[in-house]
Ligand binder design. Structure first.
Ligand code: CA
Length: 229
């Protein structure tokens, strides 16, 4: 029997989802707070996660990010706001599905079944689900270490790939050159933060339409760089 975890702070919604899923033969548990939900999802033996976006303590964005790093289970994100759904799609956090509340419980059950069946197939055919980061026109396949810009594959050196991936996975955050150097180049390596500038320039030449007006990696003068969503 597949086990499903619902992380949802609105009790009535969580209970309704639980009832329908149980009627369809699933085992269902509910967590109402984000921190408890994250812990349960990481440590528990669950087959699928239904994740509300706005939660007390730790929000759905952060939970999804952490689950994606550590577990290979389907994640269905739900939110009351259509705008939020569009935003999380844009962030490419890697949820498998998105639903806007209110939705019909039978629709939820249908999607749960479909995602479990898909993962089952992938496991049976012994294929791993590649870890993909997608933001607007950029698609990064972390498993295969390949990058496509508007559908066209581009070649990146190891460090360029690592730097682009790191920035894309932490969008809208400003990193100083020192922070990026520490993150991408190991502590032993000889080099200086000018290396970061050189690599950013090379990445921009591949990803930006106009390197004078970067659409992805912005320079924050006097501070560092930020991947814009
Ligand atoms: Ca909520």
């Amino acid at each position: 029997m597949s086990k499903i975890l619902i992380v949802e702070d609105e009790e009535a919604i969580a209970e309704l989802e639980k009832d329908y899923l149980e009627l369809s033969g699933f085992e269902v548990e509910i967590e109402k707070k984000g921190d408890m939900g994250l812990k349960h999802a990481l440590e528990g033996d669950i087959d699928l996660l239904i994740l509300d976006l706005m939660l007390p303590e730790v929000d759905g964005f952060e939970i999804c990010r952490q689950i994606r790093d550590k577990k290979d289970i389907p994640v269905i994100m739900v939110s009351a706001k259509k705008d939020d759904i569009d935003k999380i799609r844009g962030l490419g956090l890697g949820a498998d599905d998105y639903m806007t509340k209110p939705f019909s419980p039978s629709e939820l059950v249908a999607r749960v079944k479909a995602h479990l069946a898909r993962y089952e197939r992938l496991i049976h055919t012994n294929m791993r689900v590649n870890d993909i980061v997608e933001i607007r026109g950029i698609k990064i396949d972390k498993t295969a270490r390949r990058v496509w810009i508007n559908g066209e594959e581009k070649n990146f050196t190891t460090k360029e790939f690592d730097l682009l991936t790191f920035l894309a996975e932490n969008p809208n955050r400003v990193f100083t050159k020192e922070e990026l150097f520490r993150e991408i180049w190991d502590m032993e390596s000889i080099g200086d933060i000018a290396t970061v500038t050189v690599h950013i320039k090379k990445i921009r030449e591949k990803v930006e339409f106009d390197t004078a007006k970067p659409q992805y990696i912005e320079t924050i003068w006097g501070v560092g760089y930020r991947f814009k969503v």
